[in-house]
Design a protein around this ligand. Structure first.
Ligand SMILES: [Zn+2]
Length: 373
């Protein structure tokens, strides 16, 4: 009963009344597809601990090559899925004389799944990435890949592939060069690579309201305020953080808010933008730039795209509020230009209630604020 109550309370409700609709929660548009059905089936099987490494590799192969992402990420994912990475486990199988255990944690055999997903040296990077990690008893990396592919859309899936690539690069640097790269450096590195590739291919350039591609935070125009907002997900909740700065880059305030049970990154990102827009509306403010690093939210707002899902309902709410606002823009910023809001959202994960408003920057964002100006 308590679990059911929690699940019901975790459904983000639209602000305006709408007719009830049936939505398939395993698809980004809320519609049933064979692909999402396959994914759901796998999730159910894993939660029932019935999983076995029987993923149809043709399915993975076919899906993988549909993802729009740099070829090197695709090639890497395919090599990993085929067990072609020179992990210690793979080398041992090929009769290379090497210990089988992970050279970093030394607690498990170094399989591809261990190196990229399960090892402690991978978890900090996944945490940093803000990408949700499904809990499950995955039999192999290809098993994990198939599950994640069904779980998210291809834009988000490209990010998972980028992080996998970054993790392997980091692992090799530790083993061969003795260099330990900070998780933030790894995530920024591979996400920047992904963004640069998208920009070079001009797939993103036409998709945002006001392009803002600087890798560093930019001051708003004279007389304007910029609000950076970001979301973070934790095992049991999501949290958002928003930071207000004026045209000279001076800190004006911040607020943050946890969302119990919300663990879908894009839903949390959308909730963050909605919170900020509501804040602006309630105070009748104008001349404000709202900056998020979630491209999907910006695209959905620009295209007025409100799929029949929780995400779509929040976007619809954002559009409702935007109708009443003058001189308010929602723009996309690179992740590296949104780091202060990111740190705030991550930092408030321990809060259980609303952190309403602060005029003094919290400790966790001081270095980001300093770097930005
Ligand atoms: Zn390990």
């Amino acid at each position: 009963m308590a679990r059911d109550a929690d699940l019901i309370l975790s459904i983000p409700l639209p602000m305006s009344s709408r007719e009830d609709q049936i939505s398939w929660s395993f698809d980004a548009r809320g519609e049933y597809t064979a692909r999402s059905g396959y994914g759901a089936l796998r999730c159910f099987r894993q939660s029932a601990a019935l999983v076995a490494s029987d993923v149809d590799s043709n399915f993975v192969w076919a899906q993988l090559w549909k993802v729009t992402t740099p070829p090197k990420f695709l090639n890497f994912a395919w090599r990993a899925a085929r067990n072609c990475l020179p992990t210690r486990f793979a080398l041992t199988i090929r009769h290379v004389d090497t210990p089988m255990c992970c050279p970093i944690c030394r607690s498990e055999p170094e399989t591809t799944l261990h190196a990229l997903i399960e090892c402690v040296a991978a978890r900090d990077v996944w945490d940093e990435s803000g990408l949700a990690m499904l809990q499950g008893n995955f039999g192999s990396f290809v098993d994990w890949l198939a599950t994640m592919f069904a779980y998210c859309d291809s834009v988000v899936f490209a990010k998972y592939l980028a992080v996998c690539w970054g993790l392997w690069w980091r692992r090799n640097d530790i083993v061969w060069n003795g260099k330990i790269r900070h998780s933030q450096q790894v995530v920024n590195g591979c996400f920047t690579m992904l963004e640069s590739w998208f920009h070079a291919n001009e797939t993103l350039a036409t998709a945002v309201i006001v392009p803002s591609y600087s890798s560093k935070w930019q001051k708003p125009d004279y007389g304007w305020i910029k609000i950076n907002v970001d979301g973070a997900v934790f095992p049991d909740k999501g949290a958002i953080g928003a930071i207000f700065r004026d045209h000279q880059g001076r800190f004006m305030g911040d607020f943050a808010k946890p969302f119990p049970h919300q663990t879908l990154p894009e839903v949390v990102e959308a909730l963050g933008v909605h919170e900020v827009l509501s804040w602006i509306h309630e105070r009748s403010r104008s001349k404000i730039v709202v900056e998020t690093d979630c491209l999907r939210v910006v695209q959905a707002i620009q295209h007025k795209s409100c799929p029949n899902t929780s995400f779509g309902f929040i976007i619809a709410d954002c559009l409702d509020v935007l109708q009443h606002l003058v001189d308010v823009q929602v723009v996309y910023a690179r992740r590296s230009a949104n780091s202060a809001a990111h740190c705030l959202a991550k930092g408030v994960g321990s809060f259980t209630s609303l952190h309403i408003w602060g005029y003094t920057p919290p400790q966790c964002i001081l270095s980001c604020l300093h770097y930005d100006v």
